[in-house]
Design a protein around this ligand. Structure first.
Ligand code: AQP
Length: 348
């Protein structure tokens, strides 16, 4: 039998989020996601974090590199403070509920919804969409499944994921309406802090991204101190000194980006950064920013390198996380099959 109709208040708070192991993680991933994932562990809410390897293969991935990137991303989570004993940490493909629920959602979501997703448009811009994978188009339905397989109520993400989260809410609402249930929560995005969208160091109008062809556009979590200093030194800026207030950053996207990065790394507001550094030339501000970045990122990179020495231990952690994730998601997806009208011969 389908679960009885619930009121929204019946959904207990649960946080879910994920990162694609589609390349080395960046400072954008750290400030927009990883750092906040670790902080969320202190809020008394269950936290589930996933390396979404099935999303990664929506564009071609070399199999050996994908395995390496997945382990490296797991190491980045742990080095950033995600504790596998306090959070559930696993890779998506080890929990089949994600793919199963994604198929149901492929049948709930509408083609028009998917076609309007800006990430689909961005990733296929100027390219022949006939040759894009079907998976890339359906990606947001899999993301909705990732979240709703756990009936997650809150999802910490960077600003670029806002539209996908709105689609997750639309899918949950349509499923609930279509089947006359109140089975899925209407998930709330958590987009917070000074670094919800860290921009490219080469172009202040573009998001810092692990798949940007230019390595100079991003700080990788594996970059050493010299590389970090060099990348900030070469970061695109304008000739003006830093202003004394936020109004002065209008129409200066590159300057605003560096101020926001400084604020997020230091755990202070952008206003405070300008209070301390207003009037400074970039020649002085960039080295201060590089020193701060090295002091925050250095210990994380060192810990990642240490963890990467023991691949078997990382795989063990991911397997244990997958078992715990499966214990939550399996009954939820079994009930979905029941709601949809599929015969379950074994009791659910
Ligand atoms: N530049 C960014 N600033 C703030 N947050 C960011 N995130 C990514 N880039 C930034 C956040 O990191 C989480 C994981 O994102 P993802 O790797 O799964 O996918 P993405 O958003 O598409 O990130 P990339 O780096 O641009 O990956 P590719 O290049 O593979 O597409 C999300 O919470 C995201 O918001």
């Amino acid at each position: 039998m389908a679960e009885p109709v619930q009121t929204p208040q019946a959904f207990s708070p649960r946080i879910f989020s994920g990162i694609q192991p589609s390349g080395g993680l960046t400072l954008g991933n750290y400030l927009g996601a990883l750092k906040r994932f670790a902080e969320k562990q202190n809020e008394g809410i269950e936290t589930i974090y996933c390396l979404v390897d099935m999303h990664a293969i929506t564009v071609w991935q070399d199999p050996a590199k994908l395995r390496q990137q997945t382990r490296e991303a797991a190491a980045a989570f742990i080095a950033s403070g995600v504790d596998p004993a306090r959070s559930i940490l696993f890779n998506q493909s080890q929990v089949t509920a994600h793919a199963e629920l994604a198929w149901i959602f492929n049948c709930v979501a509408r083609m028009g919804w998917m076609g309007r997703m800006t990430q689909w448009k961005d990733k296929t811009a100027g390219k022949d969409t006939e040759n894009a994978s079907l998976g890339l188009f359906a990606y947001p339905a899999l993301m909705a499944a990732d979240i709703l397989a756990y009936k997650a109520t809150h999802v910490p993400v960077g600003d670029d994921q806002k539209q996908h989260l709105e689609l997750t809410r639309d899918i949950a609402m349509k499923f609930n309406n279509d089947f006359g249930v109140n089975y899925f929560p209407i998930t709330e995005p958590m987009i917070e802090g000074a670094a919800t969208r860290v921009m490219s160091l080469r172009d202040g109008s573009k998001k810092m991204s692990k798949s940007d062809p230019s390595d100079q556009s991003r700080i990788n979590l594996t970059d050493d101190a010299d590389t970090i200093a060099k990348k900030f030194r070469k970061a695109k800026t304008d000739p003006e000194p830093l202003p004394h207030d936020l109004d002065g950053l209008k129409d200066r996207p590159e300057a605003r980006n560096l101020v926001n990065i400084y604020a997020a790394l230091a755990g202070i507001t952008p206003e405070k950064v300008l209070e301390d550094h207003g009037g400074a030339q970039f020649g002085a501000f960039k080295p201060a920013l590089a020193d701060l970045a090295v002091s925050v990122m250095g210990p994380i990179t060192a810990e990642m390198n240490r963890l990467m020495q023991d691949a078997a231990e990382i795989d063990r952690i991911l397997g244990e996380g997958a078992d715990r994730a499966n214990a939550i998601a399996r009954p939820i997806v079994d009930q979905v099959y029941d709601i949809v009208g599929m015969i379950r011969s074994r009791p659910v």
